[in-house]
Design a protein around this ligand. Structure first.
Ligand code: PLP
Length: 381
């Protein structure tokens, strides 16, 4: 059976060009980048080239990029690295109720260690209120962390405005841009972003590689102790091929952004209009205006989301009940709760996230099967 993959926010297929660029670093230029002989120097040069490619995607200096193992480590490093270093200045940080668990559970650990966290509300579209942010700032506030775009409902936050507020108040601003990178134009200088997390496997690079951007004026405490890699900020022998792959994926994302966004938006809008025509009692979650081009999140009234997913799987369709990380927990997702989706809708939520490989024919197949399955579950036919 042909597999139709609609879960590109969970992870993406590694791009062929990325694989080709990585391959020699496994079998030819496999030296340790810390080694002084040529094989090591070639690996090191490859890493520095990749660092430049990552920096170009978000308009920062290459020496402001630190490679990590992914979005989760970048988020942990940003929050703990700033809060621990500045503990004598203040112990308060502001974030939102709809962050990924990489941020929320890091905040939980910080709270267990005596730090105070304010979780901003969002409106029914999943967007924060800037007045609430301003009012939450105290003399103890050291860090604001607001995600660029939400992984479940795709809502894009007013990041440039948050950056301006943080700058005016002299507070460090971090954004989790794991879902936004490669899908939205990001300029950390223009947007006054001090720190930014990104992840390779969301943009056609492998799993287990990511990066943290940190403005060069900002000090942070390292998370992992050991050798002197990554300018003494992230110990451990480098994932050379992963870094090369991430660099290449960032360059491809930068060069193809416009066409990529346009294509995904067209597929997504076609899907929305077809589902609205074919299936009654549905609700589209998230903002229609400020939304990732490839994201759709629809709740089907009176449907069990897991049953829906299993029946789609039988047809070769891969999608998600919400966030890959929270599905299976049996609880409505914290994001759907925060935007006020009622339980009769929330339990039947399907996230379909489009990618470069999807075609209109794939979407037609999805709509046809989804319509049939919803009918079967609702009316037994
Ligand atoms: N932040 C967001 C918004 C995400 O969507 C994800 C992954 O789904 C992460 C962080 C974690 O990234 P990684 O899987 O690279 O650890």
């Amino acid at each position: 059976m042909k597999i139709r993959y609609f879960d590109n926010s969970a992870t993406t297929k590694v791009k062929k060009e990325v694989m080709d660029k990585m391959f020699p670093y496994f079998v030819e230029s496999y030296g340790n980048p810390s080694s002084l002989y040529a094989l090591g120097r070639i690996a090191k040069a490859g890493i520095e080239e990749a660092r430049k490619q990552v920096a170009n995607l978000i308009n920062c200096d290459k020496n402001e990029i630190y490679f990590t193992s992914g979005g989760t480590e970048s988020d942990n490093t940003a929050l703990k690295g700033i809060m621990y270093l500045n503990k004598n200045k203040g112990k308060h940080l502001i974030t939102t109720k709809i962050e990924h668990h990489a941020i929320l559970n890091t905040c939980k650990t910080l709270e267990e260690n005596g730090y105070k966290v304010t979780y901003l509300n969002v409106d029914k579209e999943g967007i924060i209120d800037l007045e609430e942010l301003i009012n939450a700032i105290t003399k103890d506030t050291v860090l604001i962390s607001v995600m660029f775009a939400n992984n479940e409902i795709g809502s894009i936050e007013p990041i440039e405005k948050v950056g301006r507020i943080a700058k005016e108040k002299g507070i460090i601003f971090h954004t989790d841009a794991v879902q936004a990178c490669g899908n939205v134009e990001i300029d950390v200088k223009k947007m006054n972003i001090d720190m930014l997390s990104l992840s390779g496997h969301k943009i056609g690079a492998p799993k287990g590689i990511g990066a943290l951007y940190v403005n060069k004026t900002i000090e942070f405490k390292k998370l992992i102790d050991g050798g002197h890699q990554e300018r003494d900020k992230r110990a451990g022998t480098e994932n050379v091929a992963g870094m090369i792959g991430l660099g290449e994926a960032c360059e491809i994302a930068k060069n193809n952004m416009e066409a990529h966004v346009h294509k995904l938006q067209k597929l997504r809008d076609f899907y929305f209009s077809e589902i609205q025509n074919e299936i009654p009692d549905i609700q589209i979650n998230g903002s229609m205006e400020h939304r990732l081009s490839g994201n759709s999140n629809i709740s089907f009234k009176g449907i069990d989301g897991n049953e829906l997913l299993m029946k789609l799987d039988e047809k070769g369709i891969c999608a998600s009940a919400g966030s890959a990380c929270s599905s299976g927990s049996g609880m409505p997702s914290h994001v759907l709760t925060a935007i006020g989706v009622t339980s009769e809708y929330a339990e039947g939520t399907l996230r379909v996230t489009f990618g470069d490989e999807n075609t209109k024919e794939d979407v037609e197949y999805l709509v046809e099967n989804l319509t049939q399955i919803v009918k079967e579950i609702r009316y037994g036919k």
